[in-house]
Design a protein around this ligand. Structure first.
Ligand code: SF4
Length: 328
């Protein structure tokens, strides 16, 4: 691990000032960043500890939505009554992620910033990784790519976003509130994470020096019919091969509106809007579910070892939507 200095910020302005230093990084729970530092993948020169900022509250918004402070721990958010009652999809996604110990430490802001779990990215012994070393190539593209992307990838990078929370946030149309040297701004979750394109070293649209302060959830009609399905190699403490966040608004057995987002298939949480359009206004028949699932992966470009994800994603979508439709 490289030498770095440590600074504790006691208010947001101080944190933003400290972040102006060369090589500065914010640290909350540290459940991803410290791993990356130990592996030699990340080498910040200054760590700014933001754990003492007043950003851990979870509160109701005037419009009926909910604000989750960026420093709320994943376990606290998962168990909070406002989240459990209004956004059970998000609670399910939190509980599907990591282990209890990690959920107790990991923050909402850190979860948004979680980096890919591509084997080659995590191991600097491999010279080729455009995300770690821009311009060096992509070892996964022609290497072992079982866990990699089938949608939205580029020649430069085929990695996937590993977060369960991000998939649920995409389905719930959350927004990310950030503060930086130029003030405060709000980023829709669909614009927060990026596809790799020619700049896979970037995972988000967060600007240098910006600090995530909260995630806002709009009022949701989907509390009664929501299901998060995570398919993985073992029953716990594993990243998704494919996951599905399904949220339905049902009326008289017909889908009035719906949101479907996929995890484990792309560099960002993948909203399946073609599938949503097929489901809207229809009953959940097997034929409709099959059509919707096929539409969700219509543009898939599997790699040598992950072709199974195309069929897996379709089956997972059908099962998750069916489960969501059954919920009381
Ligand atoms: Fe690196 Fe992305 Fe290729 Fe993995 S998929 S080796 S993260 S460039």
């Amino acid at each position: 691990m490289n030498l770095f200095s440590y600074a504790r910020a006691d208010d947001i302005d101080a944190a933003l000032r400290l972040a102006q230093q060369n090589g500065a990084r914010f640290i909350g729970g540290g459940t991803n960043l410290l791993d990356l530092m130990k592996q030699g993948v990340e080498a910040p020169m200054v760590l700014i500890d933001v754990n003492h900022l007043p950003l851990a509250d979870i509160s109701e918004l005037p419009d009926g939505g909910v604000r989750i402070g960026a420093l709320a721990r994943n376990s606290d958010a998962a168990g909070h009554p406002l989240i459990r009652e209004r956004y059970p999809l998000l609670t399910q996604a939190f509980v599907a992620g990591a282990s209890p110990q990690l959920r107790n430490m990991a923050t909402i802001g850190g979860n948004l910033m979680q980096r890919t779990r591509c084997y080659y990215f995590y191991d600097p012994a491999y010279d080729m990784c455009n995300k770690r070393q821009p311009g060096s190539g992509c070892a996964a593209k022609d290497g072992y790519n079982r866990i990699h992307a089938i949608l939205g990838a580029s020649d430069a990078c085929v990695a996937t976003n590993p977060s369960d929370m991000n998939v649920a946030l995409a389905a719930l149309d959350a927004t990310v509130r950030v503060k930086g040297p130029r003030g405060e701004r709000v980023i829709p979750i669909a614009e927060f994470h990026t596809l790799p394109g020619d700049t896979p070293q970037r995972d988000t649209t967060l600007a240098p020096g910006e600090l995530i302060v909260a995630v806002d959830l709009p009022p949701s009609p989907y509390a009664a019919h929501a299901h998060y399905l995570k398919v993985r190699d073992r029953a716990s403490y594993a990243f998704a091969l494919v996951s599905v966040a399904a949220a339905l608004e049902m009326k008289n057995g017909v889908v009035k509106s719906c949101r479907i987002a996929l995890g484990g298939v792309a560099h960002k949480p993948w909203r399946a809007q073609h599938a949503e359009a097929i489901l809207a206004g229809k009953p959940l028949s097997d034929a409709v579910l099959k059509d919707a699932a096929a539409a969700a992966v219509a543009g898939a470009k599997p790699l040598e070892h992950n072709g199974f994800k195309v069929a897996l994603a379709q089956r997972a979508i059908m099962r998750a939507v069916r489960e969501a439709g059954r919920n009381a």
